[in-house]
Design a protein around this ligand. Sequence first.
Ligand SMILES: Cc1cc2nc3c(=O)[nH]c(=O)nc-3n(C[C@H](O)[C@H](O)[C@H](O)COP(=O)(O)O)c2cc1C
Length: 347
Amino acid sequence: MGFLYRKLIRRLLFNLNPELVHDAVIKGAGAAQNLPFLNSMVAMMTRAKDLPVTVAGIKFRNPVGLAAGFDKNCEAARFLSGLGFGFLELGTVTLRPQPGNPKPRLFRLHENKAIINRMGFNNAGAWEAARSLERLLPLAVPVGISIGKNADCSMEEAPRNYLETLRIMYALGDYFAVNISSPNTLQLRSLHGGEKLRRLLAPMLEFAAGQKRVKPFFVKIAPDLESADLESAAALAVELGFGLIATNTTVSRTAVAARWQGHEGGLSGRPLRALSNEILFKTAELVKGRVPIIGSGGVSDGASALEKFTLGADLVQVYSGLVYEGPFLVKEILGYLDRHHWRPRRH
Ligand SMILES: Cc1cc2nc3c(=O)[nH]c(=O)nc-3n(C[C@H](O)[C@H](O)[C@H](O)COP(=O)(O)O)c2cc1C
């Protein structure tokens, strides 16, 4: 079935503007999820054997999730949950709606099975995302909600901006991903620094601790980090008890042709794999199993997923792989993991 996508559907879709296709897919999935028969047919075709795992106190039917940025407004979560994923990370959501960067801002690097994006957190805002998601819950799989900062919010105001979004979304997520690693929001990545990260995280963790259900947090880190920043983020994760997502997209262009140098934004997909794995491995060495890690960056088949587990990931996520390999990717990965006797790590 994956073959059909790659030979036929991808060829068709890749003739069209990338953002147009993405928007159409989300709108189409949003409409299709209201048709129970279609939904269960798709779910039947894409469902693989369960490989259950418990991470951060959450039970997942399998360890392969959808990465943030695919369904920014939580519009198509029910349909997406039917594609075999063990979990979905929705968003990134910001407090207020914002248009993101000027178009074009999404590029396919077909020869590398990669994507460059400088979307800039285009989204309908937290209230709209909450309204959409509320309609779709409960879902068959756990949901993470990725939270980011409004572009017009100063760095001093950032902790409040994130906290307000968290308050709006808190009841709806099973975990929260704090996105400090998009390269497309000015200065966002400076939040990796130890004290800044503590000032950002502490109020959110405090808020969560005061709720009836205390939910887990993950911080999504950049693959372009200096060692010192990675070390302080890992130390803070262990101290405060949040997990890490390694990694977001890269600003490096060393793994792609020179003509892409001038394209600003984050690079994802195959050329990100090695860099992202290096950071994943370093992160795992630093946290030594004391907090969970989600691996993201360059997963496009079973082998690249298994590699992340071997390097220390407890869960993995896909984005670009889904675009290039299609809706049967999760089933393919899970089949591979099962054949290679994948077992959850023990903490
Ligand atoms: C078009 C696009 C938009 C993205 N938007 C977000 C986002 O809003 N928040 C986020 O945390 N990551 C975002 N990402 C990063 C992905 O979640 C993922 O971490 C990254 O693409 C690496 O995984 P991949 O190689 O499987 O694509 C985006 C990626 C792409 C390609």
